[in-house]
Design a protein around this ligand. Sequence first.
Ligand code: AVJ
Length: 326
Amino acid sequence: MNETSDPISLSAKALREFRDDVLAGLKKEPKELQSKYLYDAEGDELFRQIMRAPEYYLTDCEMEIFKEQCADMAAPLNDFRDGLDVIELGAGDAAKSYYLLQYLISQGFNFTYYPIDISANIINILKDQLPERLPGIKIQGIQGDYFQALKKAVATSSRPKLVMFLGGNIGNMPPEEALEFCIELRRNLSPGDRVLMGFDLKKDPWLIFNAYNDHGGITEKFNLNLLSRINRELGANFDTSLFHHYENYDPETGACKSYLISKANQVVTIGAQQISFREHEHIFTETSQKYTSEQIGAFASGSGFESLLKLTDSKDWFTDVIWRAV
Ligand code: AVJ
């Protein structure tokens, strides 16, 4: 693969999949839309605003870990100094990984950075901007679903790997699926490869509740943008003023779930199809699962990894762990 080639784009196929997934999800009872579709260009921008919302603690906590504990983080990677592929699933704006990449460069690690994101927009921004901030960085962006893209990245190299999955992105899966994800991740790696994962921890339920129900209403806009995206890309006619955001956090299961609630009985047209909504009917749009340290340890051992390092922020709200494939 050429270091400067365009991101690998799946756009026509992606649009077809988007339409099929949206229609399948809205024909289900209860209705649902997959959270990965929240992140188009608008959604990326709204998520950037969420990260700046005072209630949204996740980014600040993980940022603190990356700003202050890079040396600890890099220690279990020392044996990979001479050749390493750093693959980041759901790279976003790489604001956190930036600190580790900078540290690895400063310590003379020889590595290529493979940011993977569902958003082609994000990948293009990263490819343009990261080399300005990290001169000399080798970067090869890949647009796509995590495992499709991971397989592509793995197929292009025979070097040891560090796969990063930050921001509590794993929280977008319910626990059983998260374990499956770890197992699938392990299947794509070789013994000795490392993963660096961020998990949001269980804490005061009100802190979690408020993080997904900010007073500025950005989370609501972010959630409603999914309907606008369906309008833009699939020729639908959702009236977003006829839906509202609802979220709840269950301290027992650690599940934090977002919904869009229909304010009225209504019929929406999506291309040639009609979907009806009852008043108060919900569309499930996203889960943000919270964990205990014990649960995270069980993921590692249950999926063929050995835990090497556990870092937390000063408030103990968020954790980043490093595992080694056994
Ligand atoms: C990007 C998945 C980490 O679940 O906290 C934030 C997404 N959704 N507010 C999260 C999100 C609503 C976020 N992740």
